[in-house]
Design a protein around this ligand. Structure first.
Ligand SMILES: NC(=O)c1ccc[n+]([C@@H]2O[C@H](COP(=O)([O-])OP(=O)(O)OC[C@H]3O[C@@H](n4cnc5c(N)ncnc54)[C@H](O)[C@@H]3O)[C@@H](O)[C@H]2O)c1
Length: 269
């Protein structure tokens, strides 16, 4: 597959979309933006819902690849998750299939495997083929997205890299995040690798920096050509001083998914 140049970025108005709008053009991409809400300062962005199949079909027409970030990014009622994340992702894949788009990068989540016990120091890293244990309807919808991607590869030859993102923010803000943090710059490196690697079929990767306190295995991400350069450890002393080390007896700290397993934050809209 020739290296993609024109990329549809869904979820362009969101936190990660905003970070990637800033970082990906330096890799040579021309981004077409899509979101349910207007993208500030981007009058050409497409404002449409993932439920609008005609708008999606037009949005994907002529692009080389899609980065699918749009959706509910926290917990919500099953009905809301069904519409935005499950039907919405299906609508996007159908539009992409109809328009002949060959590559998708799907923003999956650590919450697909959120109930996996978090490794204690000295434990092996969580492998990429750990059994799915979604911690929320949100995590369940990302698990569906990964299966949809597999189906579209097996049946239609559409390739996807599903990135189980840890936490991609400018800085880690919790002790848990020290283990799953992906710096925005490493995020751009990983998404670039996912957009350009050859013959990915459907590949699932963990998405984080090379953190000293890493919980999961980055082998499949590195196999795409991803070379993380960042580590959350410089933030550790301050965060541990403020919050203390993770407590094995605290249920919020027992699983990879953290407090999504106990009291997940709710999508506000
Ligand atoms: N940021 C992270 O650390 C992280 C971690 C794991 C997974 N993810 C995933 O990455 C993606 C981006 O995350 P984020 O932090 O930027 O989330 P965000 O909530 O900031 O952005 C999501 C965007 O999707 C848009 N959206 C929601 N429903 C839509 C719909 N029905 N149609 C069109 N657009 C819709 C929203 O308007 C919003 O701009 C999400 O899919 C999220 O689940 C992010």
């Amino acid at each position: 597959m020739p290296a993609p140049r024109t990329v549809l970025l869904t979820g362009a108005a969101g936190g990660l979309g905003t970070l990637m709008r800033g970082l990906l053009p330096a890799y040579g991409y021309e981004l077409r933006l899509f979101d349910a809400v207007p993208v500030e300062g981007e009058p050409d962005a497409i404002t449409a819902d993932l439920g609008d199949r005609a708008a999606l079909r037009e949005a994907v027409r002529g692009v080389d690849a899609i980065m699918h970030l749009a959706g509910i990014s926290l917990e919500a009622s099953f009905d809301k998750i069904l519409r935005a994340n499950i039907e919405g992702t299906y609508n996007l894949y159908e539009a992409a299939r109809e328009e002949g788009v060959r590559r998708v990068v799907f923003a999956s989540s650590n919450h697909v495997v959120g109930y996996t016990p978090r490794p204690l120091p000295g434990d092996p890293l969580i492998p990429i083929d750990a059994p799915r244990r979604p911690d929320t309807f949100y995590g369940l919808s990302k698990s569906f997205g990964e299966d949809l991607a597999q189906l579209y590869w097996d049946r239609h030859g559409m390739e996807t890299v599903s990135v189980r993102i840890g936490s991609c923010f400018p800085e880690p803000t919790s002790v848990r995040m020290l283990s799953v943090w992906m710096s925005p710059e490493d995020g751009a490196r990983l998404f670039h690798a996912a957009l350009t690697a050859e013959d990915v079929g459907h590949t699932v990767v963990h998405g984080s920096s090379d953190n000293t306190r890493l919980w999961w295995d980055l082998t499949t991400a590195r196999a795409l050509g991803y070379e993380p350069k960042d580590d959350s450890e410089p933030y550790a002393a301050r965060l541990v001083a403020e919050q203390g080390e993770l407590d094995p007896d605290n249920p919020d700290h027992a699983h990879l998914g953290g407090h999504f397993c106990t009291h997940p934050p709710i999508w506000p809209r």
